[in-house]
Design a protein around this ligand. Structure first.
Ligand SMILES: *[C@@H]1O[C@H](CO)[C@@H](O)[C@H](O)[C@H]1NC(C)=O
Ligand SMILES: *[C@@H]1O[C@H](CO)[C@@H](O)[C@H](O)[C@H]1NC(C)=O
Length: 195
């Protein structure tokens, strides 16, 4: 298990190092290759990986586009790295909305939504705004795929976001509630899924 994690860690490092940072900004993992499928607006097509990390002891799924979150998670050992869920935008692009991330200190869960209504409901339920974790499509355009959302409702609430129908259905079997589609993301290039 340790060896496997180390392989993943090495893979992330080599992936991160292999990617140019054309704007020298704080945004990491910028892919500069524009492709028609990304429907970029003439800007450099800034798709980045949305990573999944998981704290099994506390049943917390945390999704992030920030490399240091993954690095720190692996170093501290609380979170495991589960791979790349999909590719999303670090900046607002046509047809996208902010993927708002809220956290709930009480249940230690993270909730992501593009809906201001859902955000308001979550705030009322004890969540607080955490960050905007990139931007995702709200309709299936540009070759994107559905990002499914399932919710474990309980004291140890948890949300899983996945493009995999198999993973979604497995979670439902384990007691998660199907909450439909959170938005649409691009599929990672082959070889990018490290799990
Ligand atoms: C590039 O993106 C930025 C931010 O989304 C926007 O302000 C700008 O107009 C875009 N440029 C072009 C050429 O579309
Ligand atoms: C993710 O990274 C940001 C920027 O480094 C940091 O402020 C934040 O605390 C990290 N979040 C988690 C949950 O590790």
């Amino acid at each position: 298990m340790k060896a496997a994690l180390w392989t993943v860690f090495a893979a992330i490092i080599s992936f991160v190092h292999g990617v140019p940072h054309p704007r020298g900004s704080t945004v990491v993992n910028v892919r500069s290759q524009a492709s028609p499928e990304t429907c970029g607006n003439g800007n450099t097509t800034d798709l980045v990986a949305l990573y999944e990390t998981y704290d099994a002891a506390n049943t917390i799924h945390f999704y992030t586009i920030i490399d240091s979150n993954v690095t720190v998670a692996l170093q501290e050992g609380q979170y495991a790295f589960n791979g790349v869920v999909g590719l999303i935008f670090p900046i607002l692009e046509p047809s996208t909305l902010p993927f708002l991330c809220l956290s709930n200190p009480k249940t230690s869960s993270y909730f992501y939504t593009t809906s201001e209504t859902e955000r308001a409901n979550a705030l009322a339920a004890g969540y607080t705004d955490y960050t905007t974790m990139g931007y995702i499509y709200t309709t299936q355009v540009c070759g994107s795929v559905p990002l499914y959302r399932v919710h474990f409702i309980g004291a140890n609430a948890d949300y899983i976001y996945t493009t995999s129908i198999v993973d979604r259905d497995n979670a439902i079997v384990q007691g998660f509630t199907d909450e439909g589609i959170a938005g649409y993301v691009m599929e990672p290039a082959s070889g990018m899924i490290i799990n």
